[in-house]
Structure formats: structure tokens, C-alpha cells
Ligand binder design. Structure first.
Ligand code: MN
Length: 567
């Protein structure tokens, strides 16, 4: 196989036949998660390879013994004390977060480098939500809210469903389980960036949490009794865990990338240079998503069992996350800017941003070199009928319905921007939210997937319900739920098929040729090695960054990032 643009290919018939067959095999389904554009039937060529299956089974082989040993200990339901949540880890390593999760530092740091560093945003001084802070009297006496707002030091994590960035449907119900109800809190959490006065040093700290979104409700602060404050923080963790799985993970990686893989299969010939570039980044995604639909998010499946809402409410979070996603606004630099988190002078510590941009730059450089080689002029872009049909179908309401996708591509720069976002989303972005599921979410007391006790209510006498240490345990998942949470989080984060920028494994499986054989006598062989070297330099910088971080951030180390949404 030799890469050719359609206008240069001597074998036009073969191309047409191939695309004809592909368009029959890959068809859209707009029903199952309406209005999302998903794949109707997954063709056999998309199945997991025997290598993938074998390696993945091996990677999860410790789990049964771990759970058996955990079960054989005598547990009461609900668990007796918080410490007991560590006992689930009999063979598997106890995540480091288990030793620090009750601290404000760990709580704040998880907004910047945890499993879901996608929610926190700068709070504008004119934002009506600042009133909640202005109304409370027990903020620290030395804290000057007006000044801090003016200096852009106040941040917010809003899970009420009304934030423009996370316009989730109002969840009123909450799910059930065999012993009663589950709850999904809708908190607002406020944070302050505190400069230490030494160069660029400082720390993010939580300053207030409102659990009940109704106006005038109680606002918790670190000056409250420790049990109340911990309860409030755990409610934020529950909301964040639901946001993580349904919005950041399933919605804004797995599901938003699916139509792009479908259209690529339908409209680009196998030897089209753009297909060759993107295919490793779509490897196993379609079958993986199909598996998620038939088991993970099926009635009675883990999402139904473990997350806060009813299955219908929970799925609504994903649907909403997809429909508010767009290719242009979720390019990493634009997305960071949109949340006011892009300026290192304003916020010097944001590991997801700092490490992410290193990978973004390496991907952009590679995509740029690759695409400029195949499209030396903008004419070559305009004359590429497959590429233009690809763009048109991606943008179309009767095709991929990809928001922010232009229906016509005029310049190579435009294509570089699209491709960089697609590769970043399939690679680093998915890995950044997928693999920390073990470190931050397998230990259920840190990020419970549901609350099992409601938020404190105003009693008949007009006072707020008193929270006791027992209430913390009532809030957290009971034994079986916590065990199942550990299981699913381990399974979803235990295996890496390949590594970002290394394409041989999927090329040999897809084309029975090495990457270098396919790109023989082209500078692409050289460009891919440059890409790998740039990723190694990024890795060294991230290692150096981690030396200066109180809690290291591993999620975007290029050696731990995979090419595709294959798990
Ligand atoms: Mn995943």
C-alpha cells in the first residue's frame, strides 16, 4: 500500500469500490442516544485483536484474587469507619490519595491535576455567584473578597447544572439501590489562589461550598466543624465523579470522537494520507464504545448501579456534555482560555494545562509537518474530493453532526487545527481522564460515584441538620458498591494497548506492514521519529515539573498516554 491523495492515485477504480463497500458497512445510528451520531453496526475489522484481548486479560489478572481476599474479610454494611475503605486493597496497590484525601490540599489539587481537571474556572468579579461569598460571615477575617476577585484569584467549580460550561439538566431524582435511595448532590465550590509572596509560588485552597443550590442555603467553609466540612467536600467529590464519567470521559472523549471515526472510515480511502494518520488514533474505539453501550451504560450495568442518578438522568449528563462540545472551542488552548485558566502569570500551578500544552505542541508540530508534506499547496486541499466530502459529512446534520467543524476546508492550516484537536482528544485528553480512574476513583472514599445520604436539610425548628461522623459513612458507598467501584475503575485503567506517537503495533495489525514500509521513501519516517523525540523531551520536562509539585501528576506523561480511546 502506498499513500495517495485521490487526485494522484493511478488506481481510481479500487478507491471507488473500497469507499462504496465502506459506506455500506459503516452507517449512522441517530436513535440509540438521540441526537448523537453513533455507529449502527460495528464491522468485524473493528473488533479487538487477539493481542489486545490477551494482553488486557493478563493486565487485569490480579483483580479476582484481590476481591476474593477483600470479601473474605468480615465486613459490616455500612462500613464501620473510614479507615475500612483501605481494606479493599488486599493485593492491588493502595492509591496514594487514600492517605491524604481528607486534606484541603488534596481536595483543591484534584481540581488541577486529579481525574477531572476540567471543571474549575476563574470567577469573574461581575458574576452573580460572587454574591454567595459576599453573604457569608464566617470566611477568614483576613480575607478580602473584593480585592481577591479584582485580582482574579477566585475560582469556582459549579455542578449545579446552570454553569455555561456544564449546562447539565437539573437532576431532581437520584437513583435507587436495594436498600434505598442514591443521591447526586449539585454543589458549588469556591477556591482561592493564595500567593505565598515568593516568586511564582502559591496554593489553591477551598474557601466555601454550597450544597443546596437554592438561594440563601447554608454555605460551608473550612471554619465549620471538621465533620461538616468533610461532608461538604465529599458531596463535591460525588458531583465531580459523575461529571468526570459522563461528561469529561464518556461524553467529551468516547462519544464526541465516534462520528469522526465513522466518517473517516466512510469517506477516506484506505491509502488516503489523512486516513493513515488518523486510523491509529481511532484504533478499537468503535468496538470499545459499542461494548460501553451494551454493558457499562446498559440497564443494571455499572453506571446504573454505581452513579448517583437514575440511568436516564445519568445518560442525560453525557448527552448534554456532547451537545455543548465543539471541535473549535475544545482545542486545548481555546478550552483553557474559555475557563480563564490559560495564563500562567495568573495561575502558575495547573499541571493539566502545563503538561497538556507540551503534548499539544508536539502533536501540532507532527500534524503540521505531515499534512504540509501531502498538501504542499492549498490547491491540493481544495482538489482533494475525498477530504472535502469528509468535511462536508462531518459537519452535516444528516452526517456526523460535529459542531465547530467547517463543511469545506480551504487551507492546510485549517486542517492542521482540526487534526491536532482530534489526535489530542483521542490520545492525551482521553488518557488524562481514563487512567487516573485507578489513583483517584478506585478508593471509593475519595471519589464516591454516588451519595447514599442526602445533603443536610433545614429541620422543623429552622436549624440545619447536625452532621456526625456516622453521617460521613452513610454518605459513602456501602460495601458492595465500594467493591464494585474498585473493580470497574481498575478494569478501565489497567491496560494500555500502545503509546502516543508509536504507530507500528496498529500498522502491523491494520495493514500487515510497518509504518516505515507504508511511508517508504518519504520524509514521514523522519517526522515520526522527531515526534517521538519531542514527546520524550516533553516527558523530561514533566518529570522535572513533578520534582517541584507536592503531588506529582503522571496522567500526561507521554510514555503513559495511548494513541486512542481503546479502553
Ligand atoms: Mn475510556
Amino acid at each position: 500500500m502506498k499513500p495517495f491523495l485521490p487526485q494522484d492515485d493511478p488506481n481510481q477504480e479500487k478507491r471507488k469500490d473500497y469507499l462504496h463497500r465502506q459506506q455500506k458497512a459503516y452507517q449512522f445510528d441517530y436513535e440509540s442516544l438521540s441526537p448523537l451520531a453513533l455507529l449502527k453496526n460495528v464491522p468485524a475489522v473493528e473488533n479487538f485483536s487477539s493481542k489486545y484481548i490477551g494482553e488486557r486479560i493478563l493486565a487485569t489478572s490480579e483483580l479476582p484474587a484481590n476481591m476474593l481476599a477483600a470479601d473474605s474479610r468480615t465486613f459490616f454494611d455500612p462500613l464501620d469507619e473510614l479507615q475500612d475503605y483501605e481494606d479493599f486493597f488486599t493485593r492491588l496497590p493502595l492509591p496514594a490519595v487514600a492517605k491524604i484525601y481528607q486534606t484541603d490540599r488534596s481536595f483543591a489539587e484534584q481540581r488541577l491535576s486529579g481525574a477531572n481537571p476540567m471543571v474549575l474556572r476563574l470567577l469573574d468579579a461581575s458574576d452573580p455567584r460572587t454574591q454567595i461569598l459576599a453573604d457569608i460571615s464566617n470566611l477568614h477575617p483576613l480575607f478580602d473578597l473584593r480585592r481577591e476577585l479584582q485580582k482574579n484569584n477566585i475560582y469556582i467549580a459549579d455542578y449545579t447544572g446552570t454553569d455555561e460550561h456544564y449546562r447539565a439538566p437539573a437532576l431532581v431524582g437520584g437513583g435507587t439501590y436495594e436498600k434505598g435511595r442514591k443521591y447526586l448532590p449539585k454543589p458549588l465550590a469556591f477556591f482561592a489562589w493564595r500567593w505565598t509572596g515568593v516568586r511564582d509560588l502559591g496554593e489553591m485552597t477551598p474557601i466555601a461550598i454550597q450544597l443546596d443550590p437554592n438561594p440563601g442555603s447554608h454555605v460551608y467553609t473550612p471554619l465549620d466543624p471538621p465533620v461538616d466540612w468533610l461532608f461538604a467536600k465529599l458531596c463535591v467529590q460525588v458531583a465531580d465523579a459523575n461529571h468526570h464519567e459522563m461528561s469529561s470521559h464518556l461524553g467529551r472523549t468516547h462519544l464526541v470522537m465516534e462520528p469522526i471515526a465513522i466518517v473517516t472510515a466512510r469517506q477516506l480511502a484506505q491509502n488516503h494520507p489523512l486516513s493513515l494518520l488518523l486510523k491509529p488514533h481511532f484504533r478499537f474505539m468503535l468496538i470499545n464504545n459499542e461494548l460501553a453501550r451494551s454493558s457499562l451504560i446498559a440497564p443494571g450495568g455499572p453506571v446504573d448501579e454505581l452513579l448517583g442518578g437514575t440511568l436516564a438522568e445519568t445518560m442525560e449528563l453525557s448527552r448534554e456534555a456532547c451537545s455543548t462540545w465543539s471541535l473549535d472551542r475544545f482545542a486545548l488552548p481555546a478550552e483553557l482560555k474559555n475557563r480563564g485558566m490559560d495564563d500562567p502569570n495568573q495561575l502558575p500551578h495547573y499541571p493539566y494545562r502545563d503538561d497538556g500544552l507540551l503534548l499539544w505542541d508536539a502533536i501540532e508540530t507532527f500534524a503540521s509537518g505531515y499534512l504540509k508534506y501531502f498538501y504542499p499547496t492549498d490547491e491540493a486541499i481544495v482538489q482533494d474530493v475525498e477530504l472535502q466530502t469528509w468535511a462536508q459529512e462531518l459537519a452535516s446534520e444528516t452526517g456526523g453532526k460535529v459542531k465547530g467543524m467547517p463543511s469545506k476546508i480551504d487551507t492546510v492550516e485549517q486542517l492542521i487545527a482540526i487534526v491536532t484537536t482530534v489526535i489530542f482528544t483521542c490520545g492525551p485528553q482521553h488518557s488524562a481522564v481514563n487512567f487516573p480512574q485507578y489513583e483517584y476513583m478506585a478508593f471509593a472514599a475519595n471519589m464516591p460515584l454516588a451519595a447514599y445520604r442526602d445533603i443536610p436539610k433545614i429541620t422543623a425548628s429552622g436549624t440545619l441538620e447536625v452532621i456526625t461522623p456516622k453521617d460521613i459513612l452513610r454518605l459513602l458507598p456501602p460495601y458492595k458498591r465500594a467493591a464494585d467501584q474498585l473493580k470497574i475503575m481498575f478494569i478501565l485503567a489497567a491496560y494500555r494497548y500502545d503509546r502516543l506517537g508509536y504507530y507500528d503495533k496498529s500498522f502491523r495489525e491494520l495493514y500487515h506492514m510497518s509504518f516505515d514500509e507504508v511511508f517508504a521513501a518519504t520524509p514521514i519516517q523522519f517526522l515520526v521519529r522527531q515526534f517521538q523525540q519531542n514527546l520524550n523531551i516533553a516527558e523530561q520536562k514533566i518529570d522535572a515539573n513533578n520534582q517541584k509539585r507536592v503531588i506529582p501528576y503522571f496522567s500526561l506523561k507521554p510514555s503513559l498516554v495511548i494513541n486512542s480511546i481503546s479502553i
